[in-house]
Each structure stands twice: as structure tokens, then as C-alpha cells.
Design a protein around this ligand. Sequence first.
Ligand code: KDG
Ligand code: MG
Length: 405
Amino acid sequence: MKIIDVKIFVSCPSRNFVTVKIETDEGLYGLGDATLNGREMAVVAYLQEHIKPCLIGKDAHQIEDIWQYLYKGCYWRRGPITMTAIAGIDMALWDLKGKVAGLPVYQLLGGKSRTKIKVYGHANGQNIDETLDHLGKLIEDGYKAVRLQCAIPGLEGTYGTLADKKDYYELQSNRPLPPEQLWDTNKYLNFIPSLFKKAREKYGMEIQLLHDVHSRLTPIEAAKLGKELEPYNLLFLEDPVPAENQSNYKLIRHHTTTPLAVGEVFNSIWDAKKLIESQSIDYIRMAATHAGGLTSIKRIMDFASLYNVRTAPHGPPDISPIGHAAHAHLNIWAPNFGIQEFVGFGGTDMNKVFKHSLTYDNGHLLLKDIPGLGVDFDEQEAKQFPYKRSYLPISRLEDGTLWDW
Ligand code: KDG
Ligand code: MG
């Protein structure tokens, strides 16, 4: 089955997505997600100029060899642009293989370890009452686990707190330049424990709660927060600190039993190796879309299982339904699956462009037995939503110092 074309589409049905379509001489095609939020066109150029010419004429069944060819063969290993481009190709090849076999991709990975995929939703708000009302609605909708983010008194808007507003996630919405937000660690640390205290007072201990720090603390500040949150029994504290220095997590670990999760910005197993081996984390959050596709994420999941680290794949709105479907297949298979982040299925425009087969039911995602990844992409509809340049925001302290966003 020879590859005859690799098409790359960029569309913006509410936000930007990069979609890879691999066509074969047997008439079948495979689809992959290569979306890198805020740097989309760098991946498009990489795919178009550097990868596509090498793939024409290759056997689409050789997934592993093509992965190695694109990883080792380019000399410049790793990095988000390379690994997102490889991911788009890799997913499309797995999708194709499933279609040829007439089997959903999870069957090719080894079959089902479970019947449904537990998810965590997001509750956000401008103040504690708003966040807790949102949490209440999610509990009514059947969620068993919810991430709480809340605006910090005295700070205008921080990550993940814009409630139901369209671009609540990261104030992205197609601004000409990155939006800037203020950050103050002291105000944050003084406030966050009270959010969880009130959540437990109102809803009890059964609902599982999570929180994303978005890498804004130092290890010792994170250790302090972890200790203060212990009475509220979090499922995990996400990205308490940046992880370029993997020893950061060891330090936090020595001080608190609050479980730790990290990995959404990682793109290779080497970013996570030390963290996993030293059992400094409890959940690894790497995304197929940003870390080389199913081929490499499957390897990472297997490696993590040796060290009691479970998986909690990144599930933001800036991964396309094809990337989310790749996670669903990995999650149904992985023996050490933990939980999937889930923020809903996107709006009408997105559903016009991507036809997927996942459904939400009582705190879980259900996967239909469709050959391949189970997502289709409508090229004609996609043309109605052209690419719009867009950036993630930037954080600064009050004195202007640039901070982690
Ligand atoms: O592109 C960046 C977002 O996906 C990220 O900010 C979301 O932290 C995030 C999360 O946990 O979903
Ligand atoms: Mg996060």
C-alpha cells in the first residue's frame, strides 16, 4: 500500500487545527492531528517542505520504520515542531492500518483493558462561589473528577478561569499579539487552599478534585502548596513547576503526599525518563499530538507502568478531535491508564469539520468500534474556516518581570 500524497490542512473552526491526510494507491486514506497551539504554521512548513517529499512512494504499513526515519533520519531529534509533525504522520498511518484491517486502532494495540474512559472536567470561575456552582453542575452531569481553577483576588484573569466565556482556556482568540496577564505567587498561594477547603465543605470527599498550577511555582513553593492541599485529597496537582530540570519534582516529592502530574509540554520519552524512573510523579500527561503520535506514546505508557506511574493524557481544546481519538484508543488499551482530561466536544463549527464517534456518558467517554481512529475530516467545510494567527498569553509580575504562563 503505497503513499501517493500527503495533504496538510489548516483550518480554524473556532480555533486553529493542523490536519494531515495520507492518501494511498489503494484508495484508503488516514488522518492525523499536527496542531501546535500558537506555532501551527511552523509544523505546516515542516510537514510540507521536509516530510512530504520523503514519504511519497513509501509503504504505508511500515509505521515503525517511518517513525524512526523521521526521528533519527532528520538528525535533529526531538523538539515540539519535529515531534508534532511526526505525530500527524504517525496517527494517519495507524488510522490507515486500522481501516485496512477493518479494526479500531485499540485492537491493534492489544485490545481493551476497560470498557469506558474515565474523564475529568473543568470547573472555572471569577470567584469561589462561581467555581463551586460550576463544580455542582458537573457533578449533576455525572463527572467523578473535576479540575478547579479560580481567579485570584487582586489579579485580573489567570490561566483557566474565564468561566463559560468562549476562549476561557487561555484568552487565545486571534489577537494580533500575545495577550499579557499579571501574576503574583503570594496572592495565589494565600488563596488556593481556601478554594479546595470550601469545595470539600460543600460537596464532600467523594468527588475527585484536581488543580493545574501551570508551572508558576518554585519547587519549595510547590511543596508548601502540596502540603496545604493534603487534607483535601487531590487526585493530582498538575504542573506545579516547570520540568526542564527534572530534579524539581524530587524536591516536591520529598515534602508532600499530594500526587503530582506533569508532561503536557513534553515531546519525547527523554523529557520524562528521570521523573518516571525516580518515581517523582504519579501521572504522566504527554499528548500523542505533541510527542510523536501513538507509536511513541505507547512506549512511554509501557515504560511508566514499570514505575507505577499512570497516564492522564493532555486533553485541551487545542488538540483536534483526531488527537483526542488517538488518546481514546490508547486509554482503552493502556493497562496503567489513569484519567483523561475532557473539556467537551467543541462547538458547531468544529463538529462540521470533524466527524467523530466519541460520546460522553456519566463521567466517562465511550468509543465506538469503527475501523481506524474513527474520525473523518470534511475538506470542503474546512475551507469555510481559514487559519487565523493566534497566540498563547504571556504572564508578567507587577514589576514587568516575565513569568511562566
Ligand atoms: O496549548 C496550551 C494549552 O493546551 C494548555 O495551557 C492547557 O494546561 C492546559 C491543560 O491542562 O489542559
Ligand atoms: Mg495543564
